[in-house]
Design a protein around this ligand. Structure first.
Ligand code: HEC
Length: 102
């Protein structure tokens, strides 16, 4: 096997190791500013009417969004509507972004 074949194989392996969707913090930030900041604030800290979501762990955030989507969490119809617009990839981006906000 020559060197370029070996390199091609290694590159292939590296591609396999990449998850289907790597959470994209920058994309999460854009989406958050467009869809979430109205209620949860630019800094994600909420106010008297809306809970703070900045600094939530990826696990907690993802679970909450899934619960809105599948109807196990129904406390707020507006939030359910917001969650239902999102794809799993968008939730991953948003969770990565908000987990970093403090
Ligand atoms: C119209 C206002 C509104 C918008 C827009 C909105 N939310 Fe919410 N959100 C709420 C309210 C009200 C709650 C509290 C409801 C509850 O207790 O279940 C909430 C709760 C949450 C929670 C759960 C917090 C916790 O402590 O369990 C998360 C996570 C969340 N929102 C994320 C988002 C994201 C991400 C977006 C943008 C895609 C968004 N929200 C857009 C009003 C909004």
């Amino acid at each position: 096997m020559n060197k370029s074949m070996l390199l091609a194989m290694l590159a292939g392996l590296a591609l396999l190791a990449v998850p289907v969707h790597a959470a994209d913090v920058a994309a999460g930030k854009v989406l958050a500013a467009a869809s979430c900041a109205d209620c949860h604030g630019d800094d994600g800290m909420g106010d008297d009417d809306y809970p703070a979501i900045a600094g939530m762990s990826v696990e907690k955030f993802t679970k909450a969004m899934q619960e809105y989507q599948n109807g196990t969490r129904t406390k707020n119809p507006k939030m359910t509507k917001e969650a239902k617009k999102l794809s799993a990839a968008q939730i991953a981006d948003l969770s990565a972004y908000y987990a970093k906000l403090k």
